[in-house]
Ligand binder design. Structure first.
Ligand SMILES: NC(=O)c1ccc[n+]([C@@H]2O[C@H](COP(=O)([O-])OP(=O)(O)OC[C@H]3O[C@@H](n4cnc5c(N)ncnc54)[C@H](OP(=O)(O)O)[C@@H]3O)[C@@H](O)[C@H]2O)c1
Length: 302
């Protein structure tokens, strides 16, 4: 029996089973969700596709998101409706609704407490990539990179790798940037290494540290957990999500203001490879997974 049309339907991406994103992400039409107290309706304009989205969809993280869910941790949109008890946000405000998945849809019903106004000087493309990587790079550099340290960064072609290197340069630290399968020059005796890859590349970075040096692991692009045999170096894990959920709103606002400034100045700006309408998400996900891609693949809801 043909289904009756849904009045005022919106489109959303949906994951009903874990697996490779290009195979398991579906697109469906649905009724707009109701607006509970404390929430705002955000009409999404641009969303990023990040490795953390793909890992969540694949079910790789130790704590899996309950199925079914709308993916997407990063995106920008405009507030179109505000619950009566919400103060400080109004229709027309351009915000990043962060702190939960759900960016990949026409309308995200988001907690007002997790919506952050975006710098009006940023384009939608810039705003859609102004949170996850810029904030992570800032926190990593603030937390670990003292002036004069000898540092290497792998996944040097990634948006994060490029932002990290530019931010380190800004602080007067010249970083060795390693692209896929490149190794640190022999005898480097690094003070610090940032690892986004894991596996043998993380192991090689650990071997290039001086005794007492620090390996900061913040990604697992290879999908392989490294085995770090050295006991004379520190190995630390960084997860933006953990910081964001513990930091409190004033600290997030302050960090975002710094991230927006860095995006404006081109230090934390991400190249954009392509932008696909939300219904073409399958094509977008295949593009995002293509080797040698330069720049972020974005989605355009609405
Ligand atoms: N811990 C956190 O909170 C946090 C926050 C932000 C980002 N991250 C991590 O940072 C990493 C980079 O994210 P992104 O958004 O910048 O990625 P991205 O630009 O969207 O793309 C990943 C890049 O990594 C390269 N790559 C893929 N597999 C690789 C491998 N096995 N070895 C070396 N390079 C590989 C690819 O370049 P080629 O195909 O040309 O090699 C691609 O350019 C990811 O692991 C992500 O999870 C972590």
């Amino acid at each position: 029996m043909p289904q009756p049309p849904i009045i005022g339907a919106v489109i959303r991406a949906l994951v009903r089973r874990f697996g490779p994103a290009a195979e398991v992400v579906e697109v469906e039409r649905c009724r707009p969700a109701p607006l509970p107290p404390g929430h705002v309706r955000v009409r999404m304009r641009r969303c990023g596709i990040n490795p953390s989205d793909l890992l969540t969809i694949a079910g790789t993280y130790p704590v899996r998101t309950p199925l079914p869910f709308v993916p997407g941790f990063e995106g920008v949109g405009a507030v179109v409706e505000v619950a009566p008890d919400v103060a400080g946000l109004a229709p027309g405000d351009r915000v990043l609704p962060i702190g939960s998945a759900g960016a990949w849809q026409d309308e995200k019903v988001a907690e007002a407490a997790w919506c952050f106004r975006v710098d009006p000087a940023l384009s939608d493309d810039q705003a859609a990539t102004s949170y996850v990587n810029p904030l992570t790079a800032l926190l990593l550099v603030d937390g670990y990179a003292a002036p004069g340290v000898r540092v290497a960064v792998n996944a040097g072609a990634s948006a994060m790798g490029r932002t990290l290197v530019r931010l380190l340069e800004r602080r007067g630290v010249a970083a060795v940037a390693l692209e896929r399968d490149e190794r640190v020059p022999a005898g480097a005796r690094l003070d610090l290494a940032f690892d986004a890859v894991g596996g043998v590349e993380a192991e090689a970075l650990a071997l290039a540290l001086r005794p007492g040096g620090t390996l900061v692991r913040y990604g697992l692009l290879s999908g392989v957990q490294p085995e770090i045999a050295r006991t004379d170096v520190a190995v630390e894990l960084f997860w933006l999500r953990r910081w964001v959920h513990g930091a409190g709103r004033p600290a997030i606002e302050a960090a975002l203001a710094r991230a927006f400034a860095l995006v404006r100045e081109g230090v934390a700006d991400s190249e954009v490879a392509a932008c696909y309408p939300l219904p073409a998400i399958g094509e977008a996900l295949r593009h995002a997974a293509a080797p040698g891609r330069r720049g972020k693949v974005l989605l355009r809801p609405g």
